[in-house]
Write a protein that binds this ligand. Structure first.
Ligand code: UDP
Length: 387
């Protein structure tokens, strides 16, 4: 009898075009590839990640659409449908097992539905932030989230549905009004035909939120993170990593320095940068500081010139972008001054580096309350089994 060759199975992954979303999606890609799946990554032109040799196992395709940076809500499923139909041409040899899309790329669901493909949502923020998005939509429908409006004076009050979170801790954005944020969350909190949701979190950190979401969405919710500890993380930086800071750290004593990084999107006023520099100088600690180009507002000097004016460079080292996971794992780093993005929080918790929290916006305010334990958490084998 003629033996039928087993068809290979492919997953199509659709990350949102931001550093903190691309990285966990590609870590998931690596885990799925390790399990025997072929992987296609559908990227936007905006914030396009140039596939490195490290990512050569994956197929990269471009969604033929120019994503307006701040205008996710105007994205439609049209061009993604086009792309998907091209990928389906090879179905004979390789079945598409499912499409996994970032919660913020919700328009993918409508396209996938049309082709009757299985689809799964990946949340790259914490489960608690996702719960807050749901509750904000409900509160907005009830009273327009009046407590969040300036001058209401009740920002310190606890949100009854989310005790102990205060109104001012809700994940609103400095980049958008409350109304716009809620509009976005209405879309991201809609499961549509998704068969399940994957969250880059750890059950023991967020058990209640995971259970809450499972009940609300009525689909299985899998906390499979921290993804960077489940697989050997591939290189996914949009900016070039300056490796020289590792050599600098090699010369420092154990736990002697502070690592400062405020993520890929935070913007700071010159005044605050100068305050930080002055505090660091008077602390007498060594420090490694990431200052992203364009991240300091209201200064005619370049960021580097600005800080050099304040900083004694034999105690400080400044780079535009660092290999953060390597930095946090370095024995010379004793503390992490962070904006508390969810990836940075997980990376810091994973290495047991205490955090000095300076949240700016969105979920960072909630993440800040988690801080970092002083002892390294050994999640390794446990989470590897869950994937
Ligand atoms: N990151 C990095 N080098 C840096 C600063 C940040 O590799 O100099 C990485 C960091 O390891 C994390 C991501 O960028 O994986 C930032 O994601 P996060 O969710 O912490 O913050 P966001 O940039 O989304 O605000």
């Amino acid at each position: 009898m003629e033996e039928k060759l087993a068809r290979r199975r492919r997953v199509v992954l659709v990350p949102a075009p931001a550093q903190g979303h691309i990285t966990p999606m590609l870590q998931l890609a690596r885990a799925l590839h390790f399990k025997g799946f072929s992987v296609t990554v559908a990227q936007t032109k905006f914030n396009y990640l140039n596939p490195s040799t490290d990512l050569s196992d994956f197929q990269f395709v471009t969604i033929p659409e120019t994503l307006p940076e701040s205008d996710l809500k105007n994205l439609g499923p049209g061009r993604f449908k086009e792309l998907l139909s091209q990928l389906l041409v090879n179905e004979e040899e390789e079945e598409i097992a499912c499409v996994i899309y970032d919660e913020f790329m919700y328009f993918v669901e409508a396209a996938v539905k049309e082709f009757k493909l299985r689809n799964v949502i990946l949340s790259t923020t914490s489960a608690s932030a996702f719960v807050c998005h749901f509750v904000m939509c409900k509160l907005y429908a009830k009273d327009g989230l009046a407590h969040l409006k300036e001058g209401d004076g009740r920002e310190e009050e606890l949100v009854p549905e989310l005790n102990p979170i205060r109104y001012k801790d809700l994940p609103t954005s400095v980049f958008a009004s409350v109304e716009c944020s809620v509009e976005l969350f209405k879309n991201t909190c809609y499961k549509g035909t998704a068969s399940s949701m994957i969250i880059n979190t750890v059950r023991c950190l967020e058990m209640l939120s995971v259970e809450w979401l499972q009940q609300e969405l009525e689909i299985p919710v899998f906390p499979i993170g921290p993804l960077h500890m489940v697989v050997t993380a591939p290189r996914t930086s949009l900016l070039e990593e300056n490796e020289s800071c590792i050599e600098w750290l090699n010369k420092q004593e154990s736990s002697s320095g502070v690592y400062i990084s405020l993520g890929s999107m935070s913007l700071m006023e010159t005044k605050e940068v100068l305050e930080m520099a002055s505090g660091l100088v008077s602390s007498n600690q060594h420090f490694l500081w990431v200052i992203r180009p364009g991240s300091v507002l209201g200064s005619e000097m370049s960021e580097e010139e600005l800080v050099r004016k304040m900083v004694t460079l034999d105690r400080g080292y400044i780079v535009k972008w660092a290999p953060q996971k390597q930095v946090l794992a370095h024995s010379a780093v004793g503390a992490f001054w962070s904006h508390c993005g969810w990836n940075s929080t997980l990376e810091s918790l994973g290495e047991g580096v205490p955090m000095i929290c300076r949240p700016f916006t969105t979920d960072q305010k909630g993440n800040a309350s988690r801080g970092g334990p002083r002892k390294k958490i050994n999640w390794g084998q446990k989470v590897a089994n869950e994937v």
